[in-house]
Ligand binder design. Structure first.
Ligand code: PAF
Length: 283
């Protein structure tokens, strides 16, 4: 496995790779890697000639500076994990390498960008589009791998790929969970023991709500989930949206769409740490 800090050096290497007719898989990450990332990398390794993993803590997608400051930075451990997963290249550029000048581009896909995370983290998805489009221009991957934990992010990236006419296949990969159901996330390492102990209640409520939904309407199910989670001391729901899994628009009736997903963000503990998760009601 080779580590690149420079765009040009990575591109020279990939030029040779493509001459050999190999496909290129890209797994974009912000580091602090865990089993969820490992599953994306392993899938890319299985499906491509070479796999590039970018490790770049992208400042433009953080609307909260404290969140950026406390985000874990673990490049050495990340490289060990990536090597064990069979990654070929790690691309870990500096901020000035990625953004030699301020990125002033704005991306506007209101239907998927303005709801849920978009409504609560202004500018977040614009930053995601800035960095992911740059990574796509640099690496020119055939396939790019994203986890479904960030459900909305996948919809936004697909809208961007269609808008920019990029020739990359977006591969959606299932959420990987801890044994107690908590969705794996880099932010989980920031949870104190008592916070870590209550965090699985989020997925517990989501899974229980599938049964509840069998004989309750969308609005009742929504309120029930929020009540269950808010009843846990130390958890507070920021939003819970029951939406069409593709368009991300709210549904009001279970018969309104063949594909219905609940997306939730919960504040956990005193800091607090923001945890996101989702549940599929219909597919
Ligand atoms: O999902 C993430 O970790 C980030 O949003 C991404 C896609 C790597 C862009 O910085």
């Amino acid at each position: 496995m080779k580590l690149f800090r420079s765009i040009v050096e990575l591109q020279n290497e990939l030029f040779e790779v493509r001459k050999q007719g190999k496909t290129v898989g890209l797994v974009p990450t912000m580091g602090a890697l865990h089993g969820g990332h490992a599953s994306l990398v392993k899938r890319s390794v299985a499906e491509n000639g070479v796999t590039v993993v970018s490790v770049f803590l992208n400042p433009t997608q953080f609307n909260d500076k404290n969140d950026l400051d406390r985000y874990p930075r673990t490049l050495d451990a990340d490289c060990e994990l990536l090597e064990s997963c069979g990654a070929d290249y790690v691309f870990a550029p500096s901020v000035s390498e990625m953004y030699p000048q301020e990125d002033r581009r704005t991306f506007s896909y209101p239907s998927v960008m303005s709801v849920m995370e978009g409504a609560h983290r202004p500018g977040h998805f614009n930053g995601v589009c800035q960095v992911v489009s740059r990574l796509f221009y640099i690496v020119r991957p055939d396939n790019a791998y994203f986890g479904e934990k960030d459900w909305q992010q996948i919809a936004v990236i697909k809208a961007m790929v269609a808008d920019l006419g990029l020739n990359v296949h977006i591969v959606e990969c299932p959420t990987i969970r801890e044994a107690d159901g908590l969705a794996k996330s880099s932010r989980n390492t920031l949870l104190k023991d008592d916070e870590r102990a209550i965090a699985p209640k989020i997925y517990e409520a989501l899974t229980a709500s599938k049964k509840y939904a069998e004989d309750h309407n969308v609005s009742q199910t929504h309120d029930w989930v929020v009540e269950q989670i808010n009843a846990v001391d130390g958890l507070e729901v920021e939003y819970f949206s029951i939406v069409d899994g593709n368009t991300l628009q709210d549904v009001t009736d279970w018969n309104e769409s063949p594909y219905i997903v609940g997306c939730i963000t919960v504040y956990c503990g005193a800091t607090p740490i923001r945890l996101i998760d989702h549940i599929t009601y219909k597919k």
